[in-house]
Design a protein around this ligand. Structure first.
Ligand code: C5P
Length: 263
């Protein structure tokens, strides 16, 4: 990486320093590489000369046998490793160490793994980065999958209203020493109120004006999400499936600049 990661990981339980104002607008767009082969993803990455940050999820990580992360780094890109770890604390902590070793910039876990899992994960990230002498990646958490509706939540024994769970779990994430959460744009103000402005909010479910919704139901434009307080936007199909991905990414970047200016 040609520049430091987002912010240093602090000891579990302490608040991370304010660092987001230093994040350039161009680094706030994370393009989701949801492809079955690295060859397809690489063609897009090489085309998107205006994008620095890419998300590697389960499909891309597995189809590339983990190589996507190293390949992106070799291309000078930043990586959000979206594998949403959820297991016993020791297993997740060890997995986090491996992710730090890969040199990712953001990684994530599920809050439903609990306080102990998150605390140990945070400590492992900080320790592994220190041992390697590298900046620690940001460790964030998924509160409630946005695919879960009221019935789904009740079936697994959670409060039926997504917002109630998001509020409680975002606070738990912060109390466990993690840097932020992945959240729907609709949850930004709730999380900002609960966790303050130094807490990272990474938002998928973003759609530029006029873009197809795909399977995303509750969306916001990039400008509105940034103005509402999102730190990073995850955008997939509106860019990856655009006739001109470079121009589509540029349009999102322009909306991000406008959103920042309107704050
Ligand atoms: O193509 P699209 O812009 O909908 O892609 C959004 C990306 O963000 C996908 O990789 C999707 O898995 C991810 N994501 C999401 N909603 C969440 C969490 C992750 O859409 N709540």
């Amino acid at each position: 990486m040609s520049e430091p990661n987002i912010r240093p990981h602090t000891a579990a339980g302490s608040r991370p320093p304010v660092g987001l104002l230093q994040v350039p607008p161009g680094h706030r767009l994370i393009v989701a590489l949801d492809y079955p082969t690295w060859a397809e993803a690489e063609a897009l990455v090489r085309q998107l000369t205006n994008v620095t940050f890419f998300k590697v999820g389960l499909e891309m990580f597995l189809s590339s046998r983990g190589q996507a992360v190293e390949a992106l780094r070799a291309l000078g890109k930043k990586v959000f490793l979206d594998l949403k770890f959820h297991d016993i604390p020791n297993t997740v902590a060890q997995a986090c160490r491996q992710a730090v070793g890969l040199g990712v910039d953001i990684l994530n876990v599920h809050t439903l793994g609990g306080r102990q899992m998150m605390t140990q994960a945070g400590a492992a990230v900080a320790d592994e980065a220190k041992n390697r002498g590298i900046p620690a990646p940001a460790l964030i958490a998924v509160t409630i999958l946005t695919s879960m509706g009221e019935t789904d939540l009740e079936e697994v024994g959670l409060a039926p209203m997504p917002a109630d769970n998001v509020d409680r779990l975002a606070r738990l994430t912060q109390a466990s020493g993690l840097q932020g959460v992945v959240a729907s744009p609709q949850e930004i103000s709730l999380i900002r109120q609960a966790c303050g402005r130094d807490f990272l909010i990474v938002c998928p479910g973003v759609r530029p004006q006029g873009a197809a919704l795909g399977d995303q139901k509750r969306v916001m434009t990039p400008q509105a999400a940034i103005a509402a307080g999102a730190d990073y936007l995850v955008v997939g199909r509106p860019i990856t499936r655009a006739a001109d991905p470079l121009a589509a990414a540029e349009a999102v970047l322009q909306e991000i600049r406008e959103g920042l200016n309107s704050k």
